[in-house]
Design a protein around this ligand. Structure first.
Ligand code: FAD
Length: 306
């Protein structure tokens, strides 16, 4: 068996693999797609100490760094079940089962998409999902935020300090964000909130976003907004479907961890976007991955599992 088996090959999983392998223990990493969300990222400007990089480039260095160590890398493999029976077992869709004394779950998350025409075409060309990452790219421009929940209104307040104007489009007739956030947003002169608005299309000029179209669901009328950016804030879905029934999840489907990255099952750790740790960012996922690996090492030196 492995000493540490990591499920997920994004920043959290890669960091965990390096930290575990540096302890000289038997380490494996199994991932559906090495690199995770970073593979889909265009420009990265907030990975501290690197002024600017691009997703695939950062993934290539991550992979190279992992391969410097004695780590079994199993790419293109999807985990489908976790069991603990003395050792922890991970069943793969391929039919194989991997056994380990400890496991670090780092299967990440994905942004919920609007699923409207233009969204995919203009992803990274005006359509964005992460205000902390891409907000500064829209300095002085006009943007929309789709979604009036906490993340949408937080994004609007955050962006309003950078961009010229923010229009929030909420599908229902009420905002779901906390009252204090709603009050703050209402006090900012460059935020407009439109309720009962269903975004129907992202419009572009072939190269970048130039606007969006929405339907006023009350009047059943179509409107066009001219703008340069669209931040989609309608949810982040943790990749935990495969763990349902095997592990307790929060009501958002996240894995709950303590400060050592431990879950409620001894020997099972988790790190990165898949957990309830707030602020989903590369540097945070890496920090959590390192912490979970050290947590797993601590667990191993204290446990009697052979
Ligand atoms: P992920 O990156 O989601 O990796 C999850 C890994 O688990 C992948 O390898 C995946 O294939 C694997 N996996 C999932 N399910 C299974 C399974 N069942 N079996 C096996 N493997 C599985 N953050 C920043 O800090 N700066 C930015 O500029 C930035 N820009 C972003 C732009 C976009 C478009 C997106 C989508 C995200 C951006 N982020 C950015 C956020 C950042 O990418 C994430 O916070 C980070 O990747 C989380 O790392 P992770 O390792 O927890 O998860």
């Amino acid at each position: 068996p492995y000493d540490v088996l990591i499920v997920g090959g994004g920043p959290a999983g890669a960091a965990a693999a390096i930290y575990a392998a540096r302890k000289g223990i038997r380490t494996g990493i199994v991932a559906e797609r090495f690199g995770g969300q970073v593979m889909d990222t265009v420009g990265i400007e907030n990975f501290i100490s690197v002024n600017y990089t691009e997703g695939p480039k950062l993934v290539a260095s991550l992979e190279q760094h992992v391969k410097e160590y004695d780590v079994d890398v199993m790419d293109n493999q999807r985990a489908k079940k976790l069991r603990k029976d003395g050792l922890i077992e991970i069943d793969l869709e391929s039919g194989a089962t991997l056994k380990s004394k400890s496991v670090i779950l780092a299967t990440g998350a994905r942004w919920r998409e609007m699923n409207v025409p233009g969204e995919q075409e203009y992803r990274g060309k005006g359509v964005a999902y992460c205000p902390h990452c891409d907000g500064p790219l829209f300095k002085g421009k006009r943007v929309a935020v789709i979604g009036g929940g906490n993340s949408g209104i937080e994004a609007a307040i955050d962006l309003a300090g950078i961009v010229a104007h923010v229009t929030v489009l909420e599908f229902s007739d009420t905002l779901r964000a906390d009252a204090v956030l709603q009050k703050k947003a209402a006090s900012m002169s460059n935020i407009t909130i439109i309720k009962m608005a269903q975004t129907t299309e992202v419009r572009g000029d072939g190269k970048k976003v130039i606007g969006l179209t929405y339907k006023d669901r009350e009047r059943n009328e179509i409107y066009h907004l001219d703008l340069e950016g669209i931040f989609v804030q309608i949810g982040l879905i943790p990749n935990t479907d495969w763990l349902k029934g095997d592990l307790e999840l929060t009501r958002f489907g996240e894995i709950e961890v303590n400060s050592h990255g431990e879950t409620h099952i001894p020997g099972v750790f988790a790190a990165g976007d898949v957990t309830n740790v707030p602020y989903k960012q590369i540097i945070i996922a890496m920090g959590n991955g390192a912490g979970a690996a050290l947590g797993a090492f601590d667990y191993l030196i204290r446990s009697s599992v052979e």
